[in-house]
Structures are given as structure tokens and as C-alpha cells.
Design a protein around this ligand. Structure first.
Ligand SMILES: Nc1nc2c(c(=O)[nH]1)N[C@H]1C(S)=C(S)[C@@H](COP(=O)(O)OP(=O)(O)OC[C@H]3O[C@@H](n4cnc5c(=O)[nH]c(N)nc54)[C@H](O)[C@@H]3O)O[C@H]1N2
Ligand SMILES: Nc1nc2c(c(=O)[nH]1)N[C@H]1C(S)=C(S)[C@@H](COP(=O)(O)OP(=O)(O)OC[C@H]3O[C@@H](n4cnc5c(=O)[nH]c(N)nc54)[C@H](O)[C@@H]3O)O[C@H]1N2
Ligand SMILES: [Mo]
Length: 684
């Protein structure tokens, strides 16, 4: 139901799913689920999901399809891809996906075809967090996690943890709060998380960086940091000291609207509880062209508190290698032909040197297609990813898609991109399929498996089988040495010492019994060139970027404009559950949060329909007039405004943020700057 993939237990009787609950054997889950997890049954039994392969017969987006059997659909796609490869080369094919359990399969598909153009959702989710962590520690954010259980103080910058949910995180943090941990929440909007915080700051949007420079200023001036840890592990402290000299709390108070005295209070409290403190690096909070420096400043605060690789702080995830064992195999371990062409997004070239090449930068796709830059792109395979809804500026993305010779969607729903594609290859939903092994690194390395609970209701297949069968038709079948998902999983487990049987009791296995922390005095294995936490970053500076650029305020809305901010709610997953029978019933559309004083000046009352417009596009939505949002900002839930008629429950309900947002990026870190769009709001 969501990319977080919380472990579940499914009760099946007579091949029908009766009940879904959290996996009782997983600490922190113990039976519980979020609303979306519980609504899995209504996905399985939804008769509006994709049922058979479809080939388009009308105009793109017209919704005119003919049903095809699998052989016909796969032959059709393979034939078209073959022609495109022949004429334009394999690099003219792009495959984009949400990182998932079959990612090693789709990467293999692209590598074998000799295309460099596999990208994931990572950049549009948290690209700059990834780059910031690599610049400081030599690890990605995904290779780190937080020890919520033992935390004493936690600061969340728009990390709306009690609505944008991972069940284990929520439960573990609630327990820590019950035991006395303190929560500070910072957001221009009063979220559910704000209501549970000990301290809440309604920050002026886009100014978190100013706040952090002031916090660092206080911590260094008052020597509130962990001196032993910093001396041993930090490279560039004196540079930082000179840099933050001018960023006083009084200066930051003017920028952020947060009283200087409160900043001092937080810095001192954090110091008292160090190192069991967390400044969460966040995902989709402040989202601006300088995001990399915000994420770096958050992680520098953690480093100053000595909370990296500390109980109750951050830790590096330990893999099977840490206990002398072997990780599950991945198809990507095979030998592939060399690829000379650069990526479509230019990641890894001097134009865009720093984003993670394992993921690429999704939101560069429209520009690459529209400008034939760096070369013509001709085909897109969208696998569990919806570019039209998940890349900012829907109209621009649609224009780009119009230029393609082939669009293939591997999905479970009539997503916006599926609706606009040429061929739809329907995947079985998670309850109907066995997936690849999930390697879950952490304080204790573990492996999880998701096994088929019931047979597919319709003529659908698993993604890893679909790609294999396409590969066979394209002459790269030998890269897929399996005939079923069970065989693939067995192949993956070779050498790990585990077999499928070992998963039967609990759904997962652990490599060892003990939690592994590295020795804080001698043993933290930072993977930076200096072996330390690089405040002065070789990654940034070798690429020609500064480690400590002067603070520059982000562009501000002019009179009559608002900054558009978006986010999630506990009842939906991004853009994919709006048509779910249960979830649609409790949250059928999104609304526009607008500050009461501003609304009254514009003559807008609660529940009025308003037109929201930006340079990119416009649409209509109901207003939610409230004091619970900063006057400079309006907010809407991400994920609504679907136009695929076949998904009738969410068809034309609410509005899509992507229609409004400009496609601009943090050109160092790789995230889209989703909150740099200004809108006007008018009563209809
Ligand atoms: N229910 C549910 N849970 C999910 C998901 C889901 O789709 N549904 N998706 C998962 C995924 S992939 C992700 S990445 C995470 C996302 O987790 P979060 O990043 O916590 O989620 P968002 O809802 O995007 O929350 C962003 C918050 O930032 C605030 N914000 C906006 N501008 C600023 C600013 O300038 N400063 C500060 N401090 N805050 C600001 C917004 O008001 C909003 O409340 O959630 C995960 N969990
Ligand atoms: N404008 C804007 N853009 C955003 C965001 C935002 O807040 N605003 N948030 C960003 C974030 S944090 C993220 S993580 C991304 C997420 O972006 P996406 O990955 O595009 O969003 P999802 O809703 O996770 O689902 C994508 C597609 O996967 C399909 N799907 C779901 N389950 C399955 C399955 O089992 N198999 C197959 N084949 N398909 C499946 C869904 O039907 C949907 O079409 O979007 C990012 N983009
Ligand atoms: Mo995300």
C-alpha cells in the first residue's frame, strides 16, 4: 500500500483475504497498521484496478483501449523497443521506477540493453538529503537510520512523522515520548505532529537554514557540543566557527519569526541530553534550490551533539558483511556490456556532478525529452512510478511525453501515466505475488520476504516476470535465470545460509542476535576521503561547490501571492490510493489551507471554491480557512486531481499540486524545489 513496506500478516480462508494486520513478530509493529495498510483488502477486491494488458487504440489519454493477451502485449512492446534501439540506440530508452524490491531486476534489464537510463524516485523524494549525507559521512541517508527507542530529544523540521507514517517509527517514537523524551516540531503549518510536540515553532516558510545557522552559532559560542567526539571525528570545525560568526540568533529571529531566546533554550536542552538526540534530516519539508545546505546543516547539528553512531541518535545500518555473512544475490551482480553514453539527466557529468548515480534525477526527464539534450529520448517505461503526478509541472511533463514514440506503464491502477501510455502491463497487487528478498540492514541485519497470499484475481503478472519476458524477446533473456518468483528468490538466497523454509515462522530472518554499534572512540567507519565527518566537504569542493556558502534568503512571494506548500496525510499514499474504496470514503478530496486573515481580506470563506493559479497552471479547489497556517503560505495535499476516468471514485476530485509547481531543482543536491512556486488565490 505504500513504499515504506511495513511488515504485515495476512489471514486467508478459501483463497480470500479476511484480515490484514501488522506482523506481530516485528518489534515496534506488533500487530499495528496505518489506515492504508488496513485498506489493502479493498485494493485486492477493487474492480477498478488494471485487469489485463491493454493496448491504446484512441488518442493518448482518450481512454480507448483494446484488451490484449500477454504474448501480444509483450510482443508489441518488444517489437517497438527493438525498432527504437535500431534507429536511435539503446540510450534512447528510459526506465523510471519507485525504488522497490524488483529494482535489481529493472536495473539488470537496462544494463543488459546497454542503456544508462534507469532512474528511481529517490531524487524527487529526498535527493538532496542523499547528497548531503554523502558529503558529510560518505554514506547515503538510506544507509543510516535513527534509534527512536532511546532518543531523549528530537527535532523535526517539517518531518510530519505522525501523518507521513512508517508504523514502526511512529510506535517507537510514541513509546519514547511516553518515557519522557521531548519533541520539537517546526513547520509553517500545524500538523498532527505539531499537536503532539512539547515545543512547536510556526516558522516562516523556507527559513530553516537561517534557524540552523543560528543554532550552530549558539552551540559553538556556548561550547554546547561534544568536544571529544568533534575533535576526533569532525573535519572543518574552525571553518564552520568562522562561518557562523555573523549568524546570530537575533539575526535569525528576524528571518524566521522564532524568538532568539527560544533558540537558545533548545540548543541548551539538546546539549544536556546529548548524544541521545536527533535532529531529523527530514524528507519533503522545506524544499528549495539550496536544500543541500539545509540538510547539511541539520546533520552538522547532529555531529556537534555527537549523535552520529550513538544510542538514541543516528546509526549506520549494518549489513550481513558486518557479521561475516553473505547478502542475498542480486541480478545486478552479473557482468554487463560497457555503457559509454552519459545519462539522460547528466548525473555524473560536470553539468550535474553530485546526485546519486544509483538513482539519477527523475525530474530532468521532461527537459531531456523536450530539448533532445543530451540526445533524443524515444521510449519511457514507467514501472510503479507516475511521472505525470510525481514530477512537478504536469503540463510540461505531458508535453514531453507527447514527443515519445512509446510509453509503457507497469502499474496496478489506472494512474495518470498509465492512462496516457501506449501499452499497459498490469502487475499483480502485493497480496497476489511473491516478491524479491528484502535485505533490511540496520542495527541487526535481517531479511524479509513478501509471499503470495492469494492467486491473482485477474490476468496480471509480477514485475520481475514481466521484465524477464520482455528481455527474452529482446535477446537478453540469459540475464534472468529464473522461471518463477520462487526460483528467483531461491537463487537470491544461495550462499546466505537461509532457505525459504526459514521465513515460514515469522516472515523474516535475522543474521545475528546482537545490535551492532561501532566504537564511538575508534571504530566509526566514515567513508569520506578524510575518514571523518566532512563539514569542509571534499565531495562538494572537488565538484566546484562551496562547503559554507553565505546565507541568501530564498525568493519571496510578492503582494497577493502565496508560497505553495504540499505534503501527505495519514489516509493516503502519495498519488496511488485516492481511488481505494475505503480510503476514498474517509478522504475523498484535498482542500487548500489558507490563513484566516488572508482569506478574509480576499473575501474567501471556509469551504468556498477558489481558483489557484501559478505561472505553470491553474485549477479549482475548496478552501479550508484556518489560523493553523503561516500567512505567507497555502497548503494542499499531494495526490489528488486524477483525470483517468476509469478510476471513477477519485476522477476529477480535488486538485493536483503538480499542475501548479515549477520544475526547478537544487542543482547540487538533486531534489526538486517543490516549494518555490507562488500562487494567487481567488474566490470563484
Ligand atoms: N501516510 C503516508 N505516509 C507516508 C507516505 C505517504 O504517501 N503517506 N510517504 C512516505 C514517503 S515516500 C515520504 S518521503 C515521507 C515524507 O515525510 P514528510 O517529509 O514528513 O512528509 P510531508 O507530508 O511531505 O511533510 C512535509 C511538511 O513540511 C512542511 N513544510 C513546508 N515548508 C516548510 C518549511 O519551509 N520548513 C519546515 N520546517 N516545514 C515545511 C509542510 O507543511 C508539511 O507539513 O512519508 C512517508 N510516509
Ligand atoms: N508534486 C509533487 N511531487 C512529488 C511529491 C510531492 O509531494 N509533490 N512527493 C515526492 C515523493 S516524497 C515521492 S516518494 C514520490 C512518489 O512517487 P510515485 O512513486 O510516483 O508515487 P506512488 O504513489 O508511490 O506510486 C506510483 C505508482 O505506483 C503504482 N503502484 C502502487 N503499487 C504498485 C505495485 O505493487 N506494482 C506496480 N507495478 N505499481 C504499483 C501506483 O498505482 C502509482 O501509479 O513522489 C514525489 N513527487
Ligand atoms: Mo518519498
Amino acid at each position: 500500500m505504500c513504499s515504506v513496506r511495513c511488515p504485515i500478516k495476512v489471514l486467508v480462508k478459501n483463497n480470500r483475504v479476511q484480515w490484514i494486520e501488522g506482523n506481530p513478530h516485528v518489534p515496534g509493529i506488533e500487530g499495528s497498521l496505518c489506515p492504508r495498510g488496513a485498506a489493502g483488502i479493498s485494493l485486492l477486491y477493487d474492480n477498478e484496478r488494471l485487469k489485463t494488458p491493454l493496448i491504446r487504440v484512441g488518442e493518448r489519454g482518450s481512454g480507448k483501449w483494446r484488451k490484449a493477451d500477454w504474448d501480444e502485449a509483450l510482443d508489441f512492446v518488444a517489437h517497438k523497443l527493438g525498432e527504437i534501439i535500431e534507429e536511435h540506440g539503446p540510450h534512447s530508452i528510459v526506465l523510471g521506477e519507485r525504488t522497490q524490491l524488483a529494482t535489481h531486476v529493472s536495473k539488470t534489464f537496462m544494463k543488459a540493453l546497454k542503456s544508462p537510463n534507469h532512474f528511481t524516485h529517490d531524487a524527487v523524494c529526498k535527493g538532496s538529503v542523499n547528497t548531503a549525507c554523502r558529503s558529510l559521512f560518505g554514506y547515503t541517508d538510506a544507509q543510516m537510520n535513527m534509534d527512536y527507542k532511546n532518543v531523549r530529544q528530537i527535532v523535526l523540521y517539517g518531518r510530519n512523522i505522525f501523518e507521513a507514517i512508517s508504523v514502526k517509527e511512529v510506535n517507537t517514537l510514541m513509546e519514547a515520548l511516553d518515557k519522557g523524551a521531548k519533541l520539537t516540531y517546526i513547520d509553517p503549518r500545524v500538523t498532527v505532529t505539531a499537536t503532539k510536540a512539547h515545543r512547536y515553532w510556526m516558522i516562516r516558510p523556507g527559513t530553516d537554514l537561517a534557524l540552523n545557522y543560528a543554532l550552530i552559532h549558539i552551540i559553538l559560542k556556548e561550547k554546547l557540543y561534544d568536544t571529544d567526539y568533534v575533535e576526533r571525528w569532525v573535519h572543518g570545525l574552525s571553518d564552520l566557527e568562522a562561518f557562523v560568526e555573523k549568524y546570530s540568533p537575533e539575526w535569525a529571529e528576524k528571518e524566521t519569526g522564532i524568538p532568539a531566546a527560544e533558540m537558545r533554550a533548545l540548543a541548551r536542552e539538546m546539549s544536556e541530553d546529548k548524544p541521545s538526540v536527533i535532529f531529523h534530516f527530514g524528507y519533503r519539508g522545506a524544499s528549495h534550490t539550496n536544500e543541500i545546505y539545509l540538510r547539511r546543516s541539520i546533520m552538522m547539528l547532529n555531529a556537534l551533539m555527537g549523535s552520529i553512531e550513538a544510542k538514541g541518535g543516528f546509526f549506520f545500518k549494518k549489513g550481513p558483511g558486518e557479521v561475516g555473512a553473505k547478502a542475498p544475490r542480486k541480478l545486478t551482480e552479473q557482468k554487463f556490456p560497457k555503457i559509454e553514453m552519459p545519462r539522460f539527466d547528466k548525473v555524473g557529468t560536470p553539468d550535474f556532478p553530485l546526485p546519486d548515480p544509483n538513482h539519477g534525477v527523475a525530474q530532468m526527464l521532461p527537459q531531456a525529452i523536450l530539448n533532445d539534450d543530451p540526445y533524443p529520448v524515444k521510449a519511457l517505461i514507467a514501472f510503479r512510478f507516475d511521472p505525470l503526478m510525481s514530477i512537478p509541472d504536469k503540463n510540461l511533463t505531458r508535453k514531453a511525453l507527447d514527443k515519445l514514440d512509446l510509453i509503457v506503464a507497469i502499474d496496478i491502477n489506472h494512474s495518470e501515466t498509465a492512462w496516457y501510455s501506449d501499452v499497459i502491463l498490469p502487475e499483480s497487487v502485493y497480496l497476489e505475488r511473491t516478491d524479491c528478498i528484502q535485505q533490511a540492514d540496520g542495527l541487526k541485519p535481517q531479511l524479509f520476504i513478501r509471499r503470495q497470499a492469494v492467486p491473482p484475481r485477474y490476468d496480471t503478472r509480477e514485475g520481475a516476470m514481466i521484465l524477464k519476458q520482455l528481455g527474452e524477446r529482446l535477446g537478453i533473456g540469459s540475464y534472468f535465470p529464473y522461471n518463477s518468483m520462487e526460483e528467483l528468490v531461491q537463487w537470491q538466497l544461495e550462499g546466505t545460509g537461509f532457505s525459504l523454509k526459514d521465513f515460514e515462522a515469522k516472515g523474516f530472518v535475522a543474521y545475528g542476535k546482537e545490535q551492532i554499534f561501532w566504537d564511538r572512540k575508534t571504530g566509526i567507519k566514515f567513508k569520506t576521503p578524510s575518514g571523518k565527518i566532512e563539514f569542509r566537504s571534499s565531495l562538494l569542493e572537488n565538484a566546484g561547490f562551496e562547503s559554507f556558502p553565505e546565507y541568501e534568503p530564498i525568493p519571496q512571494p510578492s503582494d497577493g501571492q502565496f508560497r505553495l506548500v504540499t505534503g501527505r496525510v495519514a489516509l493516503h499514499t502519495h498519488i496511488s490510493t485516492q481511488n481505494n474504496l475505503y480510503l476514498n470514503e474517509i478522504c475523498p478530496e484535498n482542500v487548500l489551507w489558507i490563513n484566516s486573515a488572508k482569506a478574509s481580506a480576499l473575501g474567501i470563506a471556509d469551504n468556498d471554491t477558489v481558483t489557484v493559479a501559478s505561472e505553470q497552471g491553474s485549477g479549482k479547489i475548496k478552501a479550508f480557512v484556518t489560523d493553523l497556517i503561516h500567512p505567507e503560505t497555502v497548503f494542499m495535499l499531494h495526490g489528488f486531481g486524477h483525470t483517468a476516468a476509469a478510476a471513477s471514485r477519485c476522477y476529477n476530485k480535488g486538485m493536483a499540486d503538480t499542475v501548479l509547481q515549477a520544475n526547478v531543482s537544487d542543482k547540487i543536491g538533486g531534489s526538486p524545489a517543490l516549494h518555490e512556486t507562488f500562487v494567487t488565490v481567488e474566490r470563484v
